[in-house]
Design a binder for this molecule. Structure first.
Ligand SMILES: [Zn+2]
Length: 454
C-alpha cells in the first residue's frame, strides 16, 4: 500500500513497523457541540483506512480520542448551566451515533483525556527534567527553541510559529513560540492536583500521552484533519520526541502522518460568519447516512470535499443505480467473491476512493456472470461500508409511504392475481389501472408482484 506522508511530503510505500500489528491513531473531537463536518470526514476516512489495512495485515488497532477537557467545554458549561461531564457525555454519544450513521465503526480504542491525567503529568515531568519544558506561575510551558526539529511537519517558519502560538499568557513565556502544557484552575474551574498546583492540561499533551499508553512508540500512522497540522500535530511530535530524547528524529513518534482535506459547502469554506456551517448531524436528519458516506468518499481524502446539494444528489443516484443492480439480481445466488483486484489497487494507492467507486461502475458494465457480479458487488460494498441494505427496501418497494395504505395495495394485488388465475384479464387490467392512478408502480417478478410509490 502507498500513502501520502505529510512528514516527508511524498507518497511512500507503507512499510509497517511490525507487520503482525498495525497501529493507527487519529485526533478525535472536542465534545462540547455537534462535530464539525471535517471531523466526520476524519472519522470516515481513518476507519476506512483501518479496514483497507486489515485486508493486508492480520491485526490493525485504530485509536481515536475524545477531548473532554477544554476551555470551550468550560465556556459551554457556563453558558448552559449544565455540568461539564453531562455536556461531554452527551456530545460523545451524539458524535458516536452520528459516525455510526455514516457507517464508521467505533475505533478499537477511544481514550478520553480526563482518564489520562497521570500519564500527562508524568510526560510533563519528563520534559521538565530534560530541559524541554519549564514551570512559570502555575503553568507548564514547552520551550520551543529546545527542539531543533520544531516546524518539521508544518514547514512553518519561526515567525509563523510565533504568530500561531497563543499570546494571552505571554508574560510567562521564555520564548514567544512556547506553548502551554498545563495551566492553573481557579477553585470553580475543573482541575486536578499536580506538582505545579491544581490545574488542567492544555490540549496538545493529551494525544502524546494517550497514543504512547495505548499504541506504544513509535507507531505506524497518525491521522487527523489538515487543520490540525499546526500547531497541534507539530506540538505532539515535539512533546513525544523530546520526552524520549529523539528530537533529531521526528519519525520516532509516528512514521506516517496522514491528513484529510477541508470540507467546503457549495465551493466555499465553511464558517459561522458565512452562515454555511453544515454539520453532519443535521445532514443525517434529511439524507440517508449511506448517501452522505458515499459523498464523503466521492472525493479523494486529501482534496477538499464539497458538501454541495449536487454532490449529495449524485451519490444518491449512484447508490440507487448500484441497488437497482442488486435488486435485479435478487434471485441470483452470489458466488463467493473477493473484492476485485482493480478496486483494491485503487484503495492501496493512497486510499483512492473516487477511483474505487468508478471501478464499481466498470464492474457492473463488464462482469458477465450474474453470480460473480452479485458476489463482487457485495464484497466491495462491505469493504467500503455501502450496499448492505435490502435493495427492495432501499428502492422503496413495498414501503408504506405517506398517503398510501400498504395493506390496501397488498389486497388489490391479491385480487389482481386471483383475476389472472381465473383468466379474467379485464378485471386484472382494471386493478392495475386503479393502482396506477393511486401512484403505485408494479413490477412483476418470479416471486410475485412488487410495488413502490412512483
Ligand atoms: Zn491530537
Amino acid at each position: 500500500m502507498k500513502l501520502y506522508n505529510s512528514l516527508t511530503r511524498e507518497k511512500q510505500v507503507f512499510a509497517p513497523i511490525d507487520p503482525s500489528h498495525i497501529r493507527i491513531y487519529a485526533c478525535g473531537p472536542t465534545v462540547y457541540n455537534y462535530a464539525h463536518s471535517c471531523k466526520a470526514r476524519m472519522a470516515v476516512v481513518f476507519e476506512l483506512l483501518a479496514r483497507v489495512l486489515k485486508t493486508l495485515y492480520p491485526r490493525v488497532t485504530y485509536a481515536s480520542n475524545i477531548t473532554d477537557i477544554d476551555d470551550r467545554i468550560m465556556e459551554a458549561a457556563l453558558e448552559s448551566g449544565e455540568d461539564i461531564s453531562s455536556i461531554t457525555q452527551k456530545y460523545t454519544k451524539i458524535y458516536n451515533d452520528d459516525m455510526a450513521s455514516l457507517g464508521a465503526a467505533m475505533p478499537d480504542i477511544q481514550p478520553k483525556a480526563t482518564e489520562h491525567l497521570p500519564e500527562m503529568i508524568s510526560l510533563m515531568e519528563n520534559l521538565i527534567a530534560k530541559g524541554h519544558a519549564y514551570e512559570a506561575m502555575g503553568h507548564v510551558l514547552f520551550h520551543v527553541p529546545s527542539d531543533p526539529s520544531y516546524g518539521v511537519l508544518s514547514g512553518r517558519s519561526r515567525d509563523e510559529q510565533i504568530a500561531g502560538a497563543r499570546v494571552e499568557i505571554s508574560p510567562f513565556k521564555k520564548d514567544p513560540a512556547d506553548f502551554v502544557l498545563w495551566k492553573p484552575s481557579t477553585p470553580d474551574q475543573p482541575g486536578w492536583d499536580s506538582p505545579w498546583g491544581r490545574g488542567r492540561p492544555g490540549w496538545h499533551i493529551e494525544c502524546s500521552a494517550m497514543v504512547e499508553k495505548h499504541l506504544g512508540l513509535p507507531f505506524d500512522i497518525h491521522g487527523g484533519g489538515a487543520d490540525l497540522k499546526f500547531p497541534h500535530h507539530e506540538n505532539e511530535i515535539a512533546q513525544s520526541c523530546c520526552a524520549h530524547g529523539t528530537q533529531n528524529d521526528p519519525s520516532s513518534f509516528a512514521k506516517f502522518w496522514v491528513h484529510n482535506g477541508f470540507v467546503t459547502v457549495n465551493g466555499e469554506k465553511m464558517s459561522k460568519s458565512l452562515g454555511n456551517f453544515t454539520l453532519a448531524h443535521d445532514l443525517i436528519k434529511t439524507h440517508k447516512g449511506e448517501v452522505l458516506r458515499l459523498t464523503l468518499l466521492g472525493a479523494h481524502y486529501r482534496q477538499p470535499l464539497d458538501w454541495s446539494d449536487e454532490a449529495i444528489h449524485q451519490s444518491q443516484k449512484q447508490l440507487d443505480g448500484f441497488y437497482s443492480q442488486l435488486h435485479a439480481l435478487e434471485n441470483v445466488a452470489p458466488s463467493k467473491e473477493d473484492v476485485p483486484t482493480d478496486i483494491l489497487e485503487a484503495l492501496y494507492d493512497d486510499l483512492n476512493t473516487p477511483l474505487a467507486v468508478s471501478r464499481i461502475h466498470t464492474l457492473i458494465k463488464d462482469e458477465t456472470s450474474k453470480e460473480a457480479l452479485k458476489g463482487k458487488l457485495l464484497a466491495v460494498g462491505k469493504l467500503l461500508g455501502i450496499l448492505q441494505e435490502d435493495p427492495a427496501k432501499w428502492l422503496g418497494y413495498g414501503q408504506d409511504v405517506a398517503g398510501i395504505d400498504g395493506a390496501e395495495i397488498e389486497s388489490l394485488l391479491q385480487k389482481r392475481a386471483e383475476a389472472k388465475t381465473a383468466k379474467d384479464f379485464a378485471l386484472a387490467d382494471s386493478i392495475r389501472k386503479k393502482l396506477d392512478n393511486m401512484g403505485i408502480a408494479i413490477e412483476d417478478t418470479p416471486q410475485g408482484p412488487k410495488w413502490k410509490k412512483k
